[in-house]
Design a protein around this ligand. Sequence first.
Ligand SMILES: [Zn+2]
Length: 509
Amino acid sequence: MKDTFYITTPIYYVNDVPHIGHAYTTVACDVIARYHRLRGEKVFFLTGTDEHGEKVAQSAEEHGVEPKAWADSMIPRWREVWERLQISFDDFIRTTEERHERPVQEFVQRLYDRGDIYQGIYRGPYCVSCEEFKVEGELLEGNLCPIHGQPVEWLEEENYFFRLSKYREELLRLYEEHPEFVQPRERRNEVVSFVRGGLQDLSLSRVSFEWGVPVPWDPKHVIYVWIDALQNYITAAGFGNDPERFERTWPADVHVVGKDILRFHAVIWPAMLMAAGIDVPRTVLAHGWLLVGGQKMSKTKLTGIHPFELTDHFGVDAYRYYFLREVQFGQDGNFSWESMLARYNADLANGLGNLASRVLAMLGSYFDGAVPERPEGEAGRLQEAGARLAERFDAAVTSLDLTAAAAALDEFVREANRYLVEVAPWKLAGDPGRRPELAAVLYEAVEALRLIAVYASPIMPDAASRLWEQLGIPEPLAGQVLPEAARWGSIASGTKTNRGEGLFPRLDA
Ligand SMILES: [Zn+2]
């Protein structure tokens, strides 16, 4: 029985240079994965690399090495980005691994045995950069890939085809019965009308090069790289290797993808699974593009920004927070250095960072750093706001609206800062008769910080752990899961806090 929350990034094309678009997808998945762990769930978070196809073979040849060696040499630049961005994946699959290739053959053989694969001739344009067959009508100037602006190859070769067209009705029923299958809604509408328009069978193999998984019954063919790649989601979960683990893990709860690869995930992938008699994933979540100067990022147009260009300046936590908070998840969004700087200073330096340093400084001056007694009586203003944060954050992440989650956190921080300005504990401190009031205010404030550490942890794991440290709360209390972790009043009086360094120093332009 399934007992694991399973979330995936797309596997990235090993030849690519990681840019902030890849990181956007991966951070989003990481936030969702961390939040589900915070809820005490068992989580399997998968990422990896897509290493077959003509483009990899060509690059390897240009560099005079074997394709596998070429792919090996590309892996560190992916791993170093995910490490720096604190991506907590549980598995990193490479499509050149035996644990992937053999089950892929098993899967394709199953489709063949069931009569869903047949032989035919493919004629038409193919873009090697996309690793994708094109429709003549979409080419620019009759010959150029609309995405890459490079000439396409004209293929005429004997291929195996997958009977995709056969699954039209079943797919439409899936979208109808499970409106949550494609998210957000406008993307679902696009998929539905595409499938309504009719589906063509899909070329599933290539014969003109060898770098791929051989078709088991006809090994001079290799399996089309996309068909091979999609299966990472089941092979990494144990399909063909560990049936018991597969049972506990599959179906995936969420495949997070960019909208440009939605059709592969929301049409072809479920159809293939249907053909194989395997459950389809629960949700395919397509996010928008990050635009730079209004254009989709790409290496060829020199608009690709490497994440380190930003983390070096803003830090990893701010990087992770910014894109989720700034770009409505699901929509396209513009990246600019100016907006990132503005967001950093407003939400993190003046918001969260300022709140923490203020509260900890006051605890230091008025209570020698020790958390005062919890006040008796009714719930205070921040306790109520904290309950709303818990509710909103949970609703947001479980409905995959990560922007709303980041906003809920930010609004709680703002509320806490407003509260301090209004009650002005620094004035209370001047009057010995109002000491109990001062204690009550600071207890509220320090509990608010603790709650912030809990809810910041999926988005800004490093800032959260520094905050725990400053609050003087060691593991395992800091490692508690929800809902206990959010229970108001769990910081013990007398806990020794220390101000430490500012979480988010203000940055100048
Ligand atoms: Zn292309």
